[in-house]
Design a binder for this molecule. Structure first.
Ligand code: SAM
Length: 292
């Protein structure tokens, strides 16, 4: 876990200091300057507004974001809806950058970020109206504990919504994604895991076409700005961005092996209190995404 934290810390520190990275996020993902805390995912400003609409997030809502990174997307969500938001991430560097931006943008203390290693969720039962996450649920190996924790911290009638890559069919054995499949994709489909955690009205919105388009634009923009990115982020990170997971995921999406979706599920409005005494299994902190 310490190695994983260190990898993400380094990546986020470099990204925060890279004007080229910030400019590319605005150009490719239609981000406003207010999202300058950045992102490490495939999310357009429109997808954040879609999340707000589907989860009925308003200025009265208390929202928890899982693995919020440097908080660019959370700050935008809080800005457009007026909601109260707490973002969690294992990287202290990312949390510091996110909190600094919240202050600079006048969103603190309505929006704040905390260091936390998921699936731990140190909040009282029924604390949040919505739980959101963007391209991050896959980083937690013990997903059933994570979803059970979400069930607990959601108010009755509260909704969880998250974007993630999904496997559509078996990969070619020689593909890089196949080697990483156990990390990227849960052994059970997300819908079944959500249901097992007690959540209902599960919906899946397919966004694969949008993902293919965004990933293509992202890869092109990275290629065109390679020299600057190598200078600002370092050669290893710039190369990782081009030939690493993004291009592999994009290529497999084009071939129909993977997709990207928005999952949504509700804690039943009449839900009674359930306390899971054994939230974590042994693998909970075992695996972590390598940094780019
Ligand atoms: C692909 S990034 C996405 C970040 C952010 N959601 C975004 O869209 O920019 C994955 C994030 O998960 C965080 N992370 C990885 N494992 C985690 C864990 N067990 N608990 C909390 N955060 C974790 C990383 O620090 C990183 O910020």
């Amino acid at each position: 876990m310490a190695r994983c934290q260190k990898g993400f810390n380094e990546t986020f520190r470099k990204m925060a200091e890279s004007p080229t990275w910030e400019a590319l996020c605005c150009q490719v993902f239609d981000h406003e300057r207010s999202m300058r805390a950045g992102q490490l995912s495939f999310t357009s400003a429109g997808q954040i507004r879609l999340l707000a609409e589907k989860l009925h997030i308003t200025s009265q809502s208390r929202v928890l974001e899982l693995a919020s990174g440097t908080g660019g997307l959370s700050l935008y969500l809080a800005k457009v809806t007026g909601c109260h938001l707490t973002g969690l991430d294992l990287s202290p560097v990312a949390v510091k950058i996110a909190n600094k931006q919240a202050v600079l943008q006048g969103l603190s203390p309505r929006v704040n970020f905390e260091v936390c290693i998921l699936p731990e969720l140190p909040y009282k039962e029924c604390s949040f109206d919505a739980v959101v996450s963007v391209d991050s649920v896959y980083v937690v190996p013990d997903k059933i504990s994570l979803f059970r924790g979400c069930y607990q911290v959601l108010k009755p009638g509260g909704i969880i919504g998250f974007y993630t890559l999904v496997k559509r069919r078996s990969f070619p054995a020689e593909s890089a994604m196949c080697a990483r499949a156990r990390f990227w994709f849960p052994s059970q489909p997300y819908c079944r895991l959500l249901e097992e955690a007690g959540l209902k009205d599960i919906l899946k919105v397919d966004l694969t076409e949008e993902f293919i388009q965004l990933a293509r634009q992202w890869l092109r923009a990275i290629q065109e700005n390679r020299v600057l990115l190598e200078k600002e982020l370092g050669k290893k990170a710039a190369k990782g961005l081009l030939v690493g997971d993004i291009s592999t995921a994009w290529a497999l999406a084009v071939e129909g092996y993977v997709g990207r979706a928005l999952f949504e599920a509700q804690k039943p409005p009449q839900a009674k209190s359930v306390v899971y005494s054994h939230l974590h299994n042994e693998s909970a902190h075992g695996v972590c995404m390598a940094s780019i």
